[in-house]
Design a protein around this ligand. Structure first.
Ligand code: BGC
Length: 903
């Protein structure tokens, strides 16, 4: 019975053609500026997107109509009073810029969309989605920065104010920026689930504020608004907050931090958080908790406490930066679990094992006498005696302390620190330590995981998992180098090779533009950027290998189809390239500090304390010059996208000059290779396309010979490891690349795993002492992008970015039985999975609606490629394009396909 009911509407859809019919396509996952129903949009022309689904093959959008209304009721009635796009003949379903009435601060917009499918049939309207504008100009901020009266105790600050709610509320918002990090509370409860908020920026340039809908937290009468502010990356805690109420009758009330004795007064005190530092940890003395401090009315602070210890929050020097709405995903606790085991290496010491390395903290559950001090020390490895080894954290104390208030069960977790760890050593815990005393919390920017890949080779699966975990540990508002030691910086050199892996594994369409703005904030009048962003470590100017600045914009375009970020930053990207060009002589850039950083130690110059990781054989000028070439090519490509013809020509010309300088300077006719004819130099030259056609065979031969001579091991550092695998694969030697990846002896990813790694190391060596050796460092993780691109075969097409057109091109490496991969594109889920079956290659594909794919089906006989049991060229939705060496190439529309071909 139920079956029939379900089938009925489907039948109605398939009877095609007649006017009034609606399409079998439906539109969902409506987003604005990549977010679902966001608050605090500060773009005046927000970009809209939707995802189409359909059970039919080769479905696509031929037109759309967007309605945007000022109220849900108007929208329901079919009126787009803010914008009615009308029927637009276009296949664009992402990056559709709002084109209606100018939008104002705080404005709420409700919207829906319908599209016309490949047959010209309209879909029903989607469900309603919404967005709300942020505070668009400084003028809308009534609040001022407030802080502690002179003589700040160095502790976290507790701010509070009372808010009277006199009438029924229509809309209630809190706009909050507490530096370094803050937590908003109303009437004793935390608002939202952000932690370590707002994201780190150069606060003298930009400060991010968060917007909360606080309606459900307020009640009639007196309410307490409270904010705890920690030091974070800023230092002296300060707060800017503005609570806004609109009553049902249209009247409004604003409660800004105002500094001074203006009613209502914000007061400030210090409290139980005695110490808070990102590197060193948090110290919390529960005995100092002020009961009811964040409550109002009779439940609030006891009369004596209301004034005692509290001061009026006074105006303080603002951090200086522009206020910008936080548009990237906030940092959150994304996972929490019980530790695997606990051991007792010494009296009074319990060591918990989370089972894997991660970034976050531990929640403590304890019961004991008032004043008992429990210490938690975090580390990535253990010493021989089973206690934690914190040596590689350098100066970071990574220690939390909790002092019990007594009188019952107590649960505590820190607010203003985070640690990179696998082990937690707990000292002073009353009673017998059990697994229930600790909960592990995984903390990062709450970006969505985006790709999956699995193969018949378990080593590859474990490498992939190791890279994924490492990347996940290092997305903290900034793409950090590591989460554990006294560093945690946005290193631009690492990012150059890390970005592609990151965008395959996570949806970074909101994260990348935020970081692009961070980079721009470091740029000086000469065009120079800095090694780390925000700038704290390394040098200005950044190492020339920091093509990451350009790649941020490029991947934002390639993976998400976003040209706005590229356009907005184009001048800055050009200026960095021009800076490098000015630092060149006859086309050669000679400066550089890091080059192909951190190769296996016998290929590195040993520095102080064995920390040196500069490549011995790969000349810095070769690497730096290669990156000037790369940057000029990237600028030329972006200029082409943006229609800036003059810039394109100029940068292609620059690229040509640098290419010939590179060949003049680094080519060695005798050896048939570049520089020292080593893996790094040769693969970099090949990857960049700097090797003239006639020389390619010799260079590839040298590259292969070098890998073989090193027993199928790499000799490369953070950068050229990426290029080694790509150069081999793209030049017909997938087998050799696979040998390197499949390696388990030193140096290799497999060696890390065999030595017990659960996240990537910074060095190829297994080091655990006081030297530079993080155990959670994404810079060696580019291999994961290689998995997606060449094993899974999922690639974006720069000519139709955002996976509007997908290039599916798996390499059928003999030793693999099967591969299953997927990627959530802006148009929907892509699947690319294959297996071998009795000499046949079985290839299953899903292409999302409104996308097409160019598919390279590996085969020994293009004439015998089948799809869905028919000769492929005759199958519905499939068009044969050409045959290539070892592959038949087809163009396909959306839907599920199953190719089979003789190998
Ligand atoms: C960072 C690395 C970075 C290097 C460059 C180190 O301290 O951790 O990720 O590549 O510095 O010098």
């Amino acid at each position: 019975m139920t079956r029939i009911l379900v089938l009925l509407p489907l039948l109605a859809f398939t009877a095609s053609g007649a006017p009034g019919d609606s399409s079998a396509v439906s539109a969902g996952d409506l987003r604005v500026e990549y977010a679902t129903n966001p608050l605090g949009i500060d773009s005046l022309q927000p970009r809209l997107s939707w995802v189409l689904t359909s059970a039919e093959r080769a479905q696509k959008q031929t037109a759309y109509r967007v309605l945007v209304a000022s109220s849900a009721e108007k929208l329901d009635a079919g009126t787009g009073d803010l914008w009615d796009s009308g029927k637009v003949a276009s296949s664009q379903s992402t990056q559709v810029a709002y084109g209606g009435t100018p939008l104002a601060s705080r404005q709420r917009c409700y919207w829906k969309v319908r599209v016309w499918d490949k047959n010209g049939l309209p879909t029903r309207y989607s469900a309603t989605a919404s967005w709300e504008m942020g505070l668009l100009t400084p003028f809308h901020w009534k609040a001022r920065w407030v802080g502690y009266p002179p003589g700040w105790p160095g502790r976290a600050l507790y701010f509070r104010a009372d808010l009277d709610v006199a009438k029924p509320i229509r809309r209630a918002r809190a706009y909050v920026a507490g530096l370094g990090y803050c937590e908003l509370r109303i009437n004793g409860a935390r608002v939202g689930d952000h932690v370590l908020d707002p994201a780190w920026t150069d606060y003298s340039k930009r400060v991010l504020y968060s917007t909360y809908d606080v309606g459900s937290h307020l009640h009639p009468g007196k309410n307490a608004i409270a904010v705890i502010v920690g030091n974070g990356w800023y230092g002296m805690a300060k707060l800017l907050a503005q609570i806004e109420l609109t009553y049902e009758d249209g009247s409004t009330v604003t409660l800004p931090t105002n500094g001074g004795h203006i009613h209502p007064v914000w007061s400030v005190t210090s409290g139980p958080i005695l110490g808070n530092s990102i590197y060193d940890g948090e110290t919390y003395d529960a005995r100092l908790e002020k009961t009811g401090w964040d409550l109002a009315g009779p439940e609030g602070p006891a009369p004596a406490d209301r004034t005692e210890g509290w001061d009026v929050a006074v105006p303080v020097e603002p951090p200086g930066g522009r206020l910008v709405s936080q548009s990237l995903e906030p940092i959150k606790i994304v996972e929490s679990f019980a530790p695997n085991s606990v051991s007792r290496p010494a009296l009074g010491i319990a060591v918990y094992d989370a089972g894997r390395n991660l970034a976050g903290w531990a929640e403590l559950r304890a019961q004991g006498e008032r004043g008992t001090r429990v210490t938690l020390r975090f580390a990535e490895s253990l010493a021989a005696d089973g206690t934690v080894n914190q040596e590689n954290l350098r100066k970071a104390a990574a220690t939390d302390v909790y002092v019990l208030k007594g009188g019952g069960a107590e649960t505590w977790e820190p607010r203003f620190t985070y640690h990179g760890f696998r082990y937690v050593q707990v000292e002073g815990l009353p009673g017998e330590p059990g697994l229930e005393n600790l909960r592990i919390k995984v903390v990062r920017s709450a970006v969505e995981p985006n790709g999956t890949i699995e193969t018949s080779n378990d080593l590859i699966n474990r490498i992939q998992q190791m890279v994924w975990r490492t990347e996940a540990s290092n997305l903290h508002g900034v793409p950090t180098d590591c989460p554990q030691r006294d560093e945690r910086q946005g290193w631009m050199n690492d990012l150059t090779v890390r970005l592609e892996e990151a965008v395959y594994n996570f949806k970074l369409n909101r994260f990348l533009p935020k970081f692009l703005a961070d980079v721009r904030d470091t740029q000086d009048a000469d065009g120079a950027i800095t090694d780390t962003v925000p700038f704290r470590w390394g040098f200005r100017p950044a190492d020339p290998v920091s093509a990451s600045y350009l790649l941020l914009a490029w991947y934002q375009y390639l993976h998400y189809g976003d040209t706005r970020a590229m356009a907005e930053h184009f001048d800055g990207l050009k200026a960095w390239t021009a800076y490098l060009s000015r630092r060149s002589q006859d086309g050669i850039v000679t400066y550089g500090n890091w080059g192909d950083w951190s190769p296996p130690k016998e290929f590195a110059v040993l520095g102080d304390l064995g920390t040196g990781a500069v490549s011995k054989n790969t000349p810095v000028p070769l690497i730096s010059t290669g990156y000037l070439y790369y940057c000029s090519r990237l600028v030329a490509s972006m200029a082409q996208v943006l229609g800036k013809e003059e810039d394109r020509i100029k940068h292609e010309e620059l690229a040509r000059r640098v290419a010939s300088a590179f060949n003049r300077e680094f080519w060695n006719e005798q050896t048939g290779g570049y520089g020292a004819n080593n893996q790094a130099a040769n693969s970099f030259a090949l990857f960049l396309g700097l090797v003239p056609e006639s020389r390619i065979p010799r260079v590839v031969e040298n590259l292969v010979r070098d890998v073989r001579e090193h027993g199928n091991h790499l000799t490369t550092g953070n950068l050229c490891t990426k290029y080694l695998l790509e150069a081999l694969t793209l030049n017909g030697r997938m087998d050799v690349a696979y040998d390197v990846v499949n390696q388990t002896s030193y140096p290799s990813w497999g060696f890390m795993l065999e030595s017990g790694a659960t996240t990537l190391w910074e060095r190829w060596e297994h080091m655990t002492g006081g030297q530079m050796n993080s155990h959670n460092h994404p810079m060696m993780g580019s291999v994961s992008a290689w998995f997606y691109k060449y094993l899974g075969g999922i690639n974006a097409d720069p000519a139709a970015p955002g996976f509007k057109r997908i290039i599916l091109r798996p390499y059928s490496e003999k030793r693999l039985e099967w591969v299953r991969s997927s990627y959530t594109s802006p148009h929907g889920l892509i699947r690319s999975s294959w297996r071998r079956d009795n000499g046949a290659f079985i290839y299953s594909i899903t292409v999302p609606v409104n996308s097409t794919a160019t598919v390279y089906v590996p085969t020994a006989d293009p004439g015998r490629v089948m799809e869905g049991g028919k000769p492929a060229a005759r199958s519905d939705g499939v068009r044969w394009v050409k045959n290539e060496k070892g592959a038949a190439v087809f163009e396909i529309g959306s839907g599920d396909y199953r190719f089979s071909s003789p190998l």
